[in-house]
Design a protein around this ligand. Structure first.
Ligand SMILES: NC(=O)c1ccc[n+]([C@@H]2O[C@H](COP(=O)([O-])OP(=O)(O)OC[C@H]3O[C@@H](n4cnc5c(N)ncnc54)[C@H](O)[C@@H]3O)[C@@H](O)[C@H]2O)c1
Length: 306
């Protein structure tokens, strides 16, 4: 997009962090804003700061976990502006904890807000974006959409999907003038981590060390450059570049790290299972009667495949 001044943008999750910083940066470039979030107080504050430069700023409470709220928001955007030139799909939540401990409702909520809401928003605004000579969709993904990590499986799932969505959308509509960017920051200093639900017994949130985080303002600067230059993907921040570099140079390395101690673990589990069967045979001798479902000998134990 050569010129952004006077253009119209919708930014989701604009009440805080990266979304707020992108909104303020766009406002400074003269872009009119339609800001949405569930945090009304934060949204009002962002709107006050964004409108200082004289651009039009509209705010709307929109809960991205509600499909009808997304459609109602799109309806309002189309009624008031007839569409947008820039769509920033930014709102997101996270969850840190073991995949099998994460409740089904948390999985559903995370995938709805981080992925399905953005797909729906884009789909419903797409006709108006394509009417523009050079509309742009900026998807705030993450380095965790390029490199899988433990304890954040749901988050990674949503972000890998957003990277795929961005790439596919770009290839489908690039010839028609639509720009699409997958913005993949590393750790950013926002409230994303502290607003996540606590897993099980955990009493405090895991927050990344300051030394490897970047600021929302830097991410916003990169976002603006990406819109101007129609960048396909932007990997930014020291942590993100490091991880991305490792995965590119030696894709096997991280995999090897996450498999350290695997053989020992399998051997221990097999030993425990064998001991359990032996205990069972001693405590219930009747189990070797015909038709019993308990294995009779150690060599009948199910093997745990490597
Ligand atoms: N902070 C990081 O380290 C980091 C790194 C890479 C990517 N990201 C991504 O950046 C995006 C913004 O996150 P952030 O770090 O600025 O966190 P943040 O918590 O400061 O901002 C997220 C915003 O989304 C809003 N939101 C949450 N649920 C919503 C819902 N149901 N409907 C509407 N709005 C909702 C929140 O109110 C908040 O204003 C997210 O997609 C996140 O995954 C963050």
């Amino acid at each position: 997009m050569k010129v952004v001044r006077g253009k119209k943008a919708l930014v989701s999750g604009a009440a805080s962090g990266i979304g707020r910083a992108i909104a303020l940066r766009l406002a400074a470039e003269g872009v009119h804003l339609f800001l949405i979030d569930v945090d009304d107080a934060g949204l009002a504050q962002a709107a006050i700061e964004a409108s200082v430069g004289g651009v039009e700023v509209i705010t709307r409470h929109c809960d991205l976990s509600e499909r009808h709220d997304i459609s109602a928001t799109v309806f309002e955007v189309l009624e008031r502006w007839g569409g947008v030139d820039i769509l920033v799909n930014n709102a997101g939540i996270t969850y840190f904890g073991k995949t099998d401990h994460m409740a089904a409702e948390h999985w559903d909520r995370l995938l709805q807000i981080n992925l399905l809401a953005h797909v729906q928003m884009t789909r419903e605004l797409l006709p108006s974006l394509l009417e523009r000579p050079d509309g742009h969709v900026l998807n705030v993904c993450s380095i965790l959409g390029l490199v899988g990590m433990p304890m954040v499986t749901a988050y990674c799932t949503s972000k890998f999907a957003m990277v795929g969505f961005s790439e596919s959308l770009r290839s489908e509509f690039g010839r028609q003038g639509l720009g699409v960017t997958a913005l993949c920051p590393g750790f950013v200093n926002t409230k994303l981590f502290t607003s996540a639900p606590l897993e099980g017994e955990a009493s405090e949130h895991k927050v990344p060390p300051q030394s490897i985080t970047t600021t929302p303002e830097r991410v916003a600067e990169a976002a603006l450059r990406a819109i101007y230059r129609n960048r396909r993907m932007v990997v930014m921040g020291p942590f993100a570049r490091f991880l991305h570099g490792i995965k590119w140079l030696a894709p096997w390395l991280l995999d090897a790290v996450f498999h350290r101690g695997r053989r020992k673990c399998i051997a221990r589990k097999e030993k425990e299972a064998a001991a359990e069967v032996a205990r069972h045979r001693i405590s219930s001798p009747s189990c070797d009667c015909p038709g019993s479902s308990v294995p009779l000998a150690l060599n009948e134990l199910p093997r745990i495949s490597a």
